[in-house]
Design a protein. Structure first.
Length: 386
């Protein structure tokens, strides 16, 4: 968590609105580019939910968990059991014990939930629904309004028709069914911009089932807060002057990961400069080159030469930081490349770059960079290389 979470007030208001639903009609998707602050926003919603009387269950959906319906179901049962293990149930003691009159106590810990799940007949979705409905009956014991399932990195989940595994559809179907029965299970999914299109592809009703928060870069004012508030403490040996703050605002483009990265580098150098009795400056070039090797280089290394040509064309479009089309790229390549890229090749390459997580197709069918300030990096790197 950052020492100060800048901006994101509107997102908090939206979340609080969703918590006021008595029947859950809207769930939440938090999406945005790499490093824009999805995970920390999700973390910051947790105490709000708890304070409002909800239970919070959550985890990261790593690729290995997302692979099959069974592993997603197990993940949900395990996460659920963290809170349900506090619930006690009484059940008739086994007759062989000879105490037919008495009852044994059990808790809804994982082994219990697992047994319930395994003994329920039907598909994975039937079993999961049964267990979650069963648990719901005990909620009055805990005096809670409902249960939030918060899953980060949810773009990792994919339905795979070839393997007959539909983990994404499973989650959507189970939650929709529970919500229809008026059980307050609220789903909060976080992930890269590929997430929401994936949900809609899996189940068209996802379009209505989710409220989407697309996190953007921070405004200039919020960026300044993100830089200055953590060092406002009087004991802090660092004080940035206005020029330095503006420099960092400009370099970071308001992207939280960059703000944090640049500030850390700046603090470290300033402390050394102060110690050495030198004038303090933000060493912009050195920081950018470190950012290039720490953040971009790994992604860039996986790009083929021809893809680099294509990305160069995109970086030089006037709309590179917003959205662009295959047509625009093919058009520009004709005038800018010795060997232009044909329209159909452009489309194939865009699909591949999208699989690699470098670009994504937005809801209007246009493409965007999935990596913040990617255009600037491409220009820097390719200009130095040539
Ligand atoms: N609103 C904010 N104010 C200040 N710092 C922030 C803010 N949002 C995020 N950060 C900082 O930016 C960095 C990136 O945030 P985070 O990991 O939440 O991004 P993300 O969108 O989840 O990234 P990824 O796509 O890689 O999962 C973190 O170090 C975090 O502390
Ligand atoms: Mg994250």
């Amino acid at each position: 968590m950052p020492p100060y979470l800048a901006g994101r007030k509107e997102e908090e208001i939206e979340f609080r609105r969703l918590l006021r639903q008595t029947t859950i009609l809207e769930n939440l998707v938090i999406t945005g580019l790499r490093g824009v602050g999805k995970t920390v926003l999700l973390e910051s919603l947790k105490p709000i939910a708890i304070q409002e009387g909800w239970l919070w269950v959550g985890n990261d959906l790593s690729e290995s968990v997302s692979i099959s319906e069974e592993s997603v179901a197990t993940r949900i049962l395990r996460d659920m059991s963290v809170i349900t293990s506090r619930i006690t149930v009484t059940r008739p003691a086994p007759e062989s014990a000879g105490f037919i009159e008495t009852q044994a106590k059990d808790t809804l810990a994982y082994p219990f939930l697992r047994r319930l799940y395994d003994e329920t007949p039907g598909l994975v979705s039937d079993k999961l629904k049964y267990v979650l409905e069963y648990i719901w009956a005990f909620l009055p014991q805990l005096q809670k309004k409902g249960i939030i399932f918060a899953y980060d990195e949810a773009q990792n989940m994919s339905d795979q028709a070839k393997k007959e595994q539909f983990p994404l559809s499973l989650i959507l179907e189970v939650f929709q069914s529970l919500q229809r029965k008026n059980l307050s299970y609220l789903l909060v999914l976080t992930g890269l911009p590929t997430l929401f299109p994936k949900l809609v592809e899996a189940r068209t009703y996802s379009e209505r089932m989710f409220h989407v928060l697309f996190l953007k870069r921070l405004s200039e004012e919020d960026t300044k807060d993100a830089i200055l508030k953590p060092i406002q403490d009087a004991e802090c040996p660092i004080r940035f002057n206005e020029k330095s703050v503006n420099r960092i605002v400009g370099m970071s483009g308001g992207y939280p990961y960059f703000i944090q990265f640049i500030c850390k580098e700046a603090y470290d150098t300033w402390l050394q400069q102060i110690e050495a009795g030198e004038n303090t400056i933000v060493p912009a070039e050195a920081i950018i080159s470190k950012l290039d090797s720490d953040f971009y280089a790994g992604r860039w290394a996986k790009v083929t030469e021809r893809q680099k040509d294509l990305l160069w064309i995109i970086a030089n479009l006037t709309t590179s930081e917003s959205e662009f089309t295959g047509n625009e790229i093919a058009e520009a390549s004709r005038s800018q490349l010795q060997k232009p890229i044909s329209h159909s090749q452009v489309n194939q390459m865009l699909a591949r770059l999208s699989d690699a997580g470098l670009i994504f197709k937005n809801r209007h069918g246009k493409y965007c960079f999935a990596v913040p300030l990617f255009g600037q990096f491409i220009k820097r790197t390719m200009e130095t290389a040539s």
